[in-house]
Design a protein around this ligand. Structure first.
Ligand code: B12
Length: 217
């Protein structure tokens, strides 16, 4: 299978919610030495975007969404050990605390960002989804992280990104951390409005942003 076929099949496996195919294609990517970050962003992620569109058009319902999300997780389960292994060989970057804010269970995008940061050489503390705001701060303080990454996929939970910045201010810790925000409803405008330090629209851009923020290239 050439690269274009591989990317197209990955896209189709996610849209079809086919876990076995999504995982097998991930294994094929590892075997063939493909750029794993590229296959994630250009193969699987556009599939999920398509699923989002089908949901918006009323063609897909919750069961389809769940199948697609599970197919994505199956693919990441195959790719993640390989990304982690590469990270061992990579240069160590800074420490990053990441999670999806409280009230929000969407974690696919957050997991992608976390995996790619790891692959990019950062020490990543992934708190999971639906994370209480205090926990982000406690963890960052405990491990000595410099960057806090907040994911939110719902317009009702993105306000928690703003609340976290308020909490840091209350505690006199605002200047100690760079706070980066992301997730479908977030934007550069939103980041500016809430006084965040940055926004990135996808996982590749997120890695670049974190690198800049931590004083890298
Ligand atoms: C899959 C999915 C689900 C799955 C989630 C599975 C999981 N484990 O994550 C399930 C089925 C469980 C689900 C549930 C719900 N969902 Co939903 N879901 C989606 C869907 C289709 C795709 C989301 C996704 O994974 N995208 C793919 C990833 C790769 O993209 P991403 O998350 O945006 O992440 C990328 C970037 O944003 C960025 N990024 C992400 N985080 C961060 C963080 C930082 C710091 C940075 C820099 C970058 C960054 O990098 C990522 C990688 O490139 C979206 C549609 C959409 N258009 O987004 C709806 C969507 C987000 N869901 C929606 C809704 C309403 C819900 C429910 C409330 C439905 C319900 N009635 O129960 C529940 C939420 C319950 C809760 N409390 O959280 C709405 C939100 C509407 C709104 N404006 O608020 C959407 C937009 C669908 C719609 N059009 O109506 N959902």
């Amino acid at each position: 299978m050439n690269k274009d076929e591989l990317l197209r099949s990955m896209n189709e496996a996610i849209v079809a919610g086919n876990k076995a195919a999504a995982a097998a294609l991930g294994a094929e990517a590892v075997r063939s030495g493909a750029d794993l970050l590229e296959v994630i962003e250009k193969g699987y992620v556009p599939g999920l975007q398509k699923v989002g569109e089908l949901w918006e058009q009323g063609e897909y319902f919750l069961p389809e969404l769940i199948s697609s999300a599970e197919a994505m997780k199956a693919a990441m389960a195959v790719l993640k050990p390989e990304l982690d292994r590469k990270n061992i060989e990579a240069q160590r970057g800074g420490k990053v605390v990441i999670g999806t804010v409280e009230g929000d269970i969407h974690d696919i995008g957050k997991n992608l960002v976390a995996s790619m940061l790891q692959a990019g050489g950062f020490e990543v503390y992934d708190l999971g989804a639906d994370v209480k705001l205090e926990r982000f701060i406690e963890k960052a303080e405990a491990v000595g992280a410099g960057i806090i990454c907040l994911s939110a996929l719902l317009t009702t939970t993105m306000t928690n990104q703003k609340r976290l910045i308020g909490l840091l201010r209350e505690k006199g810790l605002r200047d100690k951390y760079k706070v980066l925000v992301g997730g479908a409803p977030a934007s550069h405008k939103w980041a500016d409005e809430i006084g965040a330090d940055g926004y990135a629209e996808n996982a590749v851009a997120a890695v670049k942003l974190v690198r800049t923020m931590s004083g890298g290239d």
